[in-house]
Design a binder for this molecule. Structure first.
Ligand SMILES: Cc1cc2nc3c(=O)[nH]c(=O)nc-3n(C[C@H](O)[C@H](O)[C@H](O)COP(=O)(O)OP(=O)(O)OC[C@H]3O[C@@H](n4cnc5c(N)ncnc54)[C@H](O)[C@@H]3O)c2cc1C
Length: 506
């Protein structure tokens, strides 16, 4: 890059890169500085963490929003080498009693396999209705809040019906809609991808969206690993003259006359940014640490000091000698398998994690990427990826002591649904909340959600009122990470919206 950058983007996660692409495309000189010493992507990357020849996703692995995200559509990542693969079934929710409910893009499969024929028919109608409103609903939900223009595309009846749906807890919605246990565990189970429990007020929205979007965009996986999305974004960025610098941790932001003018790296180097700084960091790190508290309103500094993080995440990868021998046939064809037996099981899990304990029967999100993407493992072998939610801090001792024991508990839960699973394991990697935070400073205490996803942490309150439209209390500084609206997930919209706000201000 000739000359100083005009915009510095702090962090090369999907949101930082989406923002950087928009800014570079607009003609600005953009430099992305990334703390990780040898790879960009943040929680969107792949490595060979078990055995040679196996490709594992270090964080995000399934991308319901990627197909529908206005940012990803606009950036046309397919033109930069991104290829998607899909399993026949998106999500299977098997129980130990042999029952199952599944989500698939083929609604005939859903109708036949959603707990009971009546529940299958009901779910089919919900998904068909959603398909009609999705083109207006997704921009309304993901663009800068309040996204009035896209919301106008929704008819009043649709808005009323959505409000009636989202106002309920996941458990109440499921019980109102479905009669069979397998169907009832799907929506509240999916909400536990975040920190929203089955009985939480207004808790149905996240589970509902993940369920219906499994049947529209699907839970696709990128060919070659999740890092392929990051690689495509970097190619896009470079095609507009932008650059990424690895091993460049920002330790402070220089503020002059209430304007952010430069970043200082851990090695002392100062990089000026004449037109703005877009931060793909956590909100608490940005407001009070990178920007000195003396430049910020005291109320904001206090709020950040007590910021509500989401739960921790305990993640595992396995290299397998063959596919997982699920007792449930449909799970053998599913991109994602969810282990959560019943509403009661999901409730006890939630209570244990909220109470600071390790879950005794961990709810699991289990990914089978190599089913649809054979490039993830040597011929005939498979990868497996899973996570459970856990407290942010180790309940006793430290994570290093607990890791192997809790990983064995996870193995036991999978073995119960797939007898013979353990015999197929060639290698296992366990990643604690502390390991995740060490890999990516945004994952505070292993929180994968950019802060809590409870209803009162969204929209106007994300990350803190009144700074919910990406501008920060210091001029020229924008927050574009998942700590901003619309929050967690790989859709690039936080960075994309923040970049548009910066351009608007210029
Ligand atoms: C285990 C796990 C599983 C997940 N599964 C899914 C999934 O299946 N589907 C899905 O859609 N989402 C999933 N997610 C969530 C998703 O990965 C995140 O929501 C998304 O990555 C957030 O993107 P981001 O750009 O805001 O932040 P991040 O991806 O966290 O990237 C932030 C980047 O900023 C860098 N950084 C931070 N501080 C500094 C600094 N001071 N200086 C320089 N660089 C800095 C970090 O190193 C990092 O590279 C998962 C996350 C985890 C951890």
């Amino acid at each position: 890059m000739s000359g100083d950058p005009e915009v510095v983007v702090i962090g090369a996660g999907p949101n930082g890169l989406a923002g950087a692409c928009v800014l570079a495309r607009a003609g600005l000189r953009v430099l992305v500085v990334e703390a990780h010493p040898d790879r960009p992507g943040g929680a969107l990357a792949s490595d060979a963490g078990t055995l040679p020849g196996f490709v594992h996703d270090v964080g995000a692995a399934f991308f319901p929003f990627a197909q529908a995200s206005p940012a990803f559509r606009d950036l046309r990542l397919d033109e930069h080498g991104l290829r998607w693969t899909f399993a026949p079934i998106e999500s299977a929710h098997p129980g130990p009693d042999g029952s199952v409910a599944v989500l698939a893009r083929d609604l005939d499969i859903v109708e036949r396999n959603f707990g009971s024929l009546q529940d299958g028919g009901r779910m089919r109608r919900v998904c068909e209705w959603h398909q009609n409103i999705e083109p207006s609903l997704i921009p309304a939900m993901l663009k800068t809040f309040p996204a009035i223009r896209p919301a106008l595309g929704l008819l009043p009846f649709a808005i009323f019906r959505l409000a009636a749906t989202f106002m309920r807890s996941g458990a109440r919605l499921s019980k109102a809609w479905f009669e069979s246990e397998p169907a009832q565990r799907v929506i509240p189970g999916l909400a536990l991808h975040t920190d929203v429990g089955p009985d939480d007020m207004f808790g149905s929205g996240i589970g509902y969206m993940l369920a219906v979007m499994a049947t529209t965009g699907g839970y696709g996986v990128p060919e070659g690993g999740a890092g392929a999305i990051t690689a495509a974004m970097i190619r896009k960025l470079e095609s507009h003259g932008g650059q990424v610098q690895l091993g460049a941790r920002v330790k402070s932001i220089v503020v002059r006359d209430n304007r952010a003018v430069a970043v200082v790296l851990a090695d002392g180097q100062e990089l000026r940014a004449s037109k703005g700084i877009l931060s793909d960091t956590s909100a608490p790190a940005l407001l009070g640490r990178l920007v000195d508290a003396k430049h910020l309103p005291g109320r904001i500094v206090r709020k950040m000091a007590n910021f509500a993080q989401g739960w921790g995440t305990f993640k595992l990868d396995w290299a397998l000698d063959g596919p997982v021998p699920w007792s449930c046939e449909l799970a053998r064809e599913a991109a994602v398998v969810h282990a959560g037996d019943s509403l009661e099981d999901l409730r006890s899990f939630t209570n244990e994690v909220r109470g600071g304990a390790l879950p005794s029967n961990p709810y699991l999100v289990i990914g089978q990427q190599s089913l649809s993407d054979p490039s993830r493992a040597p011929a005939g072998k498979h990868t497996l990826w899973a996570y459970s939610r856990v407290p942010n801090h180790a309940p006793e001792g430290d994570w290093a002591e607990i890791k192997a024991r809790f990983a064995d508990t996870v193995d036991a839960r999978i073995e119960a649904l797939a007898p013979g699973f353990r015999d197929r394991v060639l290698a296992r990697r366990a990643v604690s909340p502390a390991d995740l935070e060490h890999m990516d400073a945004n994952l505070i205490g292993g929180d994968l959600g950019g802060g809590s996803n409870a209803w009162h942490r969204q929209l106007l309150f994300r990350p803190v009122f009144p700074w919910f439209r990406y501008r920060m209390p210091v001029k020229g500084l924008y927050l574009g990470s998942s700590y901003a609206h619309p929050g967690a997930g790989v859709h690039g919209m936080c960075g994309y919206n923040a970049a548009h706000m910066l351009l608007r201000d210029l």
